[in-house]
Design a protein. Structure first.
Lengths: 194, 202
């Protein structure tokens, strides 16, 4: 009789382990298939209006790509952290201004691409003036195409890209001081020394 | 803590809207086809038909894809902005003449296997795909074993009980014989007990 109970018990234990692991995982953190793959190439206008930026410009350097928007609520939580630690991070932080002009901003789709870009630039710079600017430069992804190429599905998201232009880490959700010091900074230091 | 800005978007896509969007697309397609067939000449109908075809294919593909923002909705029924953007991408690629597989691969490349409602069959998902069948076979095996064991038990029990009933019949018969013999005595066991006791005493 006791022998007979071992199997169902073993099944139960395995099931509980599966469920326990499942409980601990955040279903909103979807592992990115782009980790350890080359960062998708793009060329986008910058916020300040300098020459367009492409990831290949930073070849040979470790850098961070931080997806942000002025309409993004969680970014307000993350932004002060980036501002405070920008120097400590010590690598260029490129901001990807993601779909700054939302559909409701232009319900009749009257805005020309140029006026959209101008509106996004002025909004972005006002926001950065007010909250501080941790970015070496910011690029304008108005239609979210570059975002899709990077697998962005929420804002904020942060990517760490190594000297060869390979994505090494993706942070989904806001960067907190703890995530920064426990996860991001060790990865950045490791990549810098390699 | 508000995590994703997009998470708020899920409020936009309530359950009511989810089915409604798909229905609306379907009704629109049906109307287009009906109008095209009845009121317009073949020449004018062609671009509409191809448009409807694109939409039908879009719905067909997007139904197999998961919206990453509202994870329990398909890409075809979600009202999240990202879903709209991704639908636009899919539509664009359909027009370009890409196959369903190529379009799905395009999204998997960016968002991972998670976008597929039907997980791929690969070592990582073997447990998922074959686990239930393994469990079923295992359970059936256990059941067969249990039945066999039980049958054996019943058989051996049957044989044993047959054996024991044959043995048991003799004392019964003897009893019956005794009863027959002691019919004139009203309480034969007590009598015999008494006689035994008296015998012991003696």
């Amino acid at each position: 009789m006791k022998k007979f109970l071992i199997l169902p018990l073993a099944f139960f234990v395995v099931l509980v382990v599966f469920l326990a692991v499942g409980l601990k995982r955040d279903p909103h953190e979807i592992p990115s298939p782009l980790i350890n793959r080359a960062a998708p190439e793009f060329s986008l206008p910058t916020l300040s209006g300098t020459t367009p930026f492409s990831p290949s410009d930073y070849k040979g350097r470790v850098w961070m790509l931080n997806v942000w928007a002025t309409w993004c609520v969680s970014c307000r939580e993350e932004h002060p952290v980036l501002v405070a630690f920008a120097k400590q991070i010590g690598v260029p932080i490129v901001g990807l201004s993601y779909k700054e002009i939302q559909p409701q901003d232009d319900p009749e789709k009257k805005l020309s691409p140029e006026s959209k870009l101008n509106l996004a630039r002025s909004r972005g710079s006002v926001w950065l003036d007010r909250h501080g600017n941790p970015y070496t430069l910011s690029v304008m992804d108005l239609d979210g195409r570059v975002g899709i190429d990077y697998g962005v599905y929420g804002v904020p998201e942060t990517y760490i890209i190594d000297k060869e232009g390979v994505i090494r880490y993706k942070q989904i959700g806001p960067v907190t001081p703890q995530i920064l010091s426990d996860t991001l900074l060790p990865i950045i230091r490791g990549l810098e020394n390699s | 803590m508000s995590f994703f800005s997009y998470r708020n978007e899920c409020r936009k896509c309530s359950c009511l809207n989810a089915g409604f969007g798909r229905m609306a697309v379907f009704i629109c397609c049906a109307l287009f086809l009906a109008l095209g067939a009845n009121t317009l000449g073949a020449k004018e109908a062609e671009p509409m038909a191809s448009d409807a075809q694109v939409e039908a294919r879009l719905v067909h593909i997007a139904e197999e894809l998961r919206c990453l923002v509202c994870q329990n909705e398909s890409l075809s029924s979600s009202r999240a902005d990202l879903a709209e953007d991704l639908r636009a991408q899919v539509r664009e690629q359909i027009v370009k003449g890409k196959t369903d597989q190529e379009i799905k691969d395009y999204l998997v490349e960016r968002y991972g296997d998670f976008v597929l409602y039907r997980p791929l069959v690969k070592p990582m998902t073997w447990l998922l795909w074959f686990g239930p069948f393994v469990c079923l076979v295992f359970a059936l095996g256990m059941l067969m074993l249990a039945i066999k064991k039980r049958n054996n038990k019943i058989q051996s029990l049957g044989a044993a009980s047959q054996h024991s009933t044959v043995q048991a019949h003799h004392p019964d018969h003897e009893h019956e014989h005794e009863h027959e013999h002691t019919h004139d005595h009203p309480h034969p066991p007590i009598n015999s007990n008494e006689s035994a006791l008296s015998g012991q005493k003696e």
